[in-house]
Design a protein around this ligand. Structure first.
Ligand code: ME8
Length: 511
């Protein structure tokens, strides 16, 4: 087993609607990071899953006249199916309705109770019958429900609380001393700003009469556990906390929790304090990405402005969709989605730059050398080869800093250079002059090596395309990649290259 482990998580998605572009984005980011770390030879554990308890889910089930358990069982395959279509190679899929998870949640609560971290008290709030949700006074809009605009009633009920407030100073100090804990900086500052106001204790139960779809509170059958408290525990229960100590000590602390910017507070305030109270180590990083927006509004299931990934995969192929999401925005920023932009990326970056390079190189090899890569002793005299060999570090560095966009920019800079190299060297002119045979061999050997290196580096980003290129080059992406292996020729002598079908066929544009 590799010495270095890498544990990466996605949020657990609510199953009250099918997944959309926002959920696909998080999983594509995590998959790209996980695949890259596997390349580095790390022992990767990549976990995703579904958040299945709470009011939202209970209501969605009721709207369909279904029992919640039956409803969630029917929704989960939509997520698994999308991950399969997107080529997401996760190691474990956790559901908060799994018995293992529920067992860990109960044990965590028993432990926190024994440590004196929980107490029972009255909880006061405003309840909206229409949205069936409790709000704090500050959340109301003109004294009305912020979601439906309906009437709210003040309600007092008995609940259990977690002593979160006493850890406020500790957490501020921790975040200050660990500048990489929350990334990007704007979210870190937001959390530090939030922590300037007094932190309240967290109400961690709901009375069963108001919400029955949840994990029962261990010492009180009249209560169920608040859905966020249950869901956050997945990050440790998924690696065996309080059940499989070997697995837990192997993978915990998580290297990174990737989340959307709207749930940073849960991950960078509630979660670290829960862990601290249990005496468990902090995760290394909470990485927050921005939102995909449509006509200026967040794509979301509640507002119904959905962008359906399945439809886009069908139209443009999985890798065009992955490429667009990874390349279009810098992690942390919002991205304005439009199909026009996706189509532009498809045509210019994928079909013209990458697809065309592959097509030209493979076609010229076929035409001038019977598809067999020619031998050349002086590869390294070519500037393009030196640029290609230097690419590993230009991709590794941003990938370690969670910046896949810059990594792709570096790869595309080499693709652009390779296309220029074709234009400058004009192999079709060289081919006409028998005295230029050696030069022609060098040019095509250079180009084929360049394409091979690019294919290897594209595996984490565009796995399907990279695999077809590698298959055409008779190369495999198995085994550990590093700077040393990357700065040498990758192709075996006498390789017969197969061009195959176009990587990104020209679109008969559907507007
Ligand atoms: O919050 N663009 O689940 P969720 C980018 N169950 N990301 C988006 C997005 C968009 N338009 N819309 C949603 C939950 N997301 C909880 C998490 S974790 C222990 C529990 C992201 O299904 C959102 O930011 O509502 C969040 O990270 C994720 O999708 C899940 O949202």
């Amino acid at each position: 087993m590799a010495d270095k482990k890498y544990y990466i998580t996605t949020p657990l998605y609510y199953v009250n609607a099918k997944p959309h572009i926002g959920h696909a984005y998080t999983n594509i980011l995590c998959d790209t990071f996980a695949r890259f770390r596997r390349y580095l030879g790390e022992d990767v554990f990549f976990m995703t899953g579904t958040d299945e308890h709470g009011t939202k889910i209970e209501k969605a089930a009721r709207d369909q006249n279904m029992e919640p358990k039956k409803y969630v069982d029917e929704m989960v395959p939509h997520f698994k199916d999308l991950w399969e279509q997107l080529g997401i190679q996760y190691d474990y899929f956790i559901r908060t309705t799994d018995e293992d998870h529920k067992e860990t949640v109960r044990k965590v609560l028993e432990d926190l109770g024994a440590r004196g971290e929980l107490y029972k008290d009255n909880y006061q709030g405003w309840y909206s019958v229409k949205s069936e949700t409790f709000y704090a006074k500050a959340e109301l809009v003109d004294g009305k429900c912020p979601d439906t605009g309906g009437e709210v009633q003040e309600i007092v009920e008995e609940n259990y609380f977690f002593r979160m407030s006493k850890y406020q100073d500790w957490l501020m100090d921790y975040i200050r001393k660990n500048p990489d804990f929350i990334q990007p900086e704007i979210r870190r500052n937001e959390i530090l700003g939030f922590l300037k106001q007094p932190l309240q204790d967290l109400c961690i139960t709901r009375p069963k009469e108001r919400l029955s779809w949840g994990i029962p509170y261990p010492s009180s059958p009249e209560h169920v556990i608040y859905v966020w408290f249950d869901a956050l525990i997945n990050y440790v229960s998924g690696v065996g906390y309080k059940r499989n100590e070997d697995q837990f000590s192997r993978y915990w602390p998580a290297d990174v929790h990737v989340v959307g910017k709207d749930i940073v507070r849960h991950h960078a305030v509630y979660w670290p304090i829960m862990l601290k109270a249990c005496g468990v180590q902090m995760p290394h990083k909470v990485l927050a990405h921005g939102w995909w927006t449509l006509a200026g509004a967040k794509v979301s299931k509640s507002s119904g402005n959905i962008v359906d990934p399945i439809e886009l995969i069908r139209k443009y192929g999985v890798d065009a969709f992955r490429y667009f999401l990874l390349r279009e925005v810098t992690i942390g920023y919002d991205g304005a989605y439009s199909e026009d932009l996706l189509r532009q990326r498809y045509t210019s970056d994928l079909a013209n730059d990458l697809g065309n390079l592959w097509f030209r190189v493979a076609s010229m090899l076929a035409k001038y050398f019977g598809a067999v890569v020619p031998h050349a002793d002086t590869l390294e005299s070519e500037g393009l080869i030196r640029e290609t060999y230097a690419l590993w570090e230009k991709v590794r560095e941003p990938m370690m800093a969670y910046d896949p966009r810059s990594a792709l920019e570096a790869i595309w800079a080499v693709i652009t250079s390779a296309n220029q190299y074709v234009e400058e060297n004009k192999p079709w002119v060289l081919a006409k002059d028998p005295k230029s045979k050696e030069r022609l061999a060098l040019v095509l050997a250079t180009l084929t090596e360049c394409v091979a290196h690019v294919a290897v580096l594209l595996v984490p980003f565009l796995p399907k395309t990279a695999q077809s290129m590698l298959a055409g080059l008779k190369l495999s992406s198995d085994g550990v990649m590093n700077a040393d292996k990357f700065s040498r020729p990758l192709l075996r002598k006498g390789t017969q290259v197969e061009r195959g079908d176009a990587l990104f066929p020209r679109m008969e544009v559907e507007a």
